[in-house]
Design a protein around this ligand. Sequence first.
Ligand SMILES: [Mn+2]
Length: 396
Amino acid sequence: MDKYLTTSIEKLKSGVYGDLNLVLGNESCDLDSAASALVYAAFLYWQHNQIKCKVCTRMNRDESVYRDDIFVPILNVDREDYDLKTEVAFCLRQHGIDADRLVFRDDYDLEQLAEKSKTTVTLVDHHVLAKKDKFMTTMVTEIIDHRPVDKNEWTYKDDTRSSIELVGSCCSLVGQRIRTLGGLLAKETDFFNAFPVATDLLHCGIILDTVNFSKEVNKATPVDEEVVLFLENLQKTRGSNCGVEEQRKAKLDLLVAARKDVSKLSAAQLLRKDVKIVGDTMVPSFPILVEEFLKKPEAIQAIQEALLRRECNMALLLGMSLTDGLKRDGAVYSRNQERAAQLSKYLQEWKTPSLQLTLHEIPSAKNCIYFKQLNLSASRKQYMPALVNFLNASKK
Ligand SMILES: [Mn+2]
């Protein structure tokens, strides 16, 4: 993995390459997204090298001017914000991947790079491009995602290959796809044997996103289960055979602890830690309860500044905590209090699924509409269709 990342980045920097193939994770840049992007880009590189006809390239082109295609995973976050992704930085560091081996969203002017050479984009863990990424629409050749399909802004080419399935983790879909494609060229395990780090990165992504197949969280599907067993089988044949259950649990504990470790982050940083933007609404999600976030003295001011910075008018804050059992809560904030109340009412009445929200007052944040969420299996993914519908309805 290290050699692949190093040489890809060197080529990207030098500008000497053929086609540019980007694999773009989503803006939250959580572990699922980062691992999916890194592993799938590495796979595309591996696949390219399996297919490439070495004899033809030697015969037809002079090696000194031969420009090989490159496959670059993009972590969809600015470099300065990488520290906010505490579990990603932790996990990648554990696998020997430091920030200097990674390409972040603001490292290059991607639009300019795309003008210079033929460019393809694979989207992993999302399929609606952010405003600033819209220029990539016609370059998208493949989508791998585990969100409910949103066709509102689906303007991709007809032959865009899409694997969209509601499973627990995008890493599972990436694993599945690599097995299928890899199996066509060689043995389905060959890529993973060539990139052992990829095996564990996907495993980490799946364990964290399904909360180790927790029944309570209810995210895992048979696909997640099947891919995890496949990955564990690979690890087993490499010798680490002691207690699979204990290993899964220990891995989850480490990753959750790393993700939760926001002790060093301010309210402003927390708002930047894991945020999605839909229309004029920002949807940050916290590894602590919103209730706790709102207790921070500068919380409301930080929300106002974040809204301004992102040219948004409304914030939907979502929180979750795993300390003594899973809890979830949320809040809506806008200077336009009437609109905030409308969104909150809309969410309370939302039925697919019902979020089971109960309103409470937080004394330190009276201008926020705060609620506890009793449907514990609903995460931001389930809020998104509700929010999109609300925004579309209020446009009319
Ligand atoms: Mn995901």
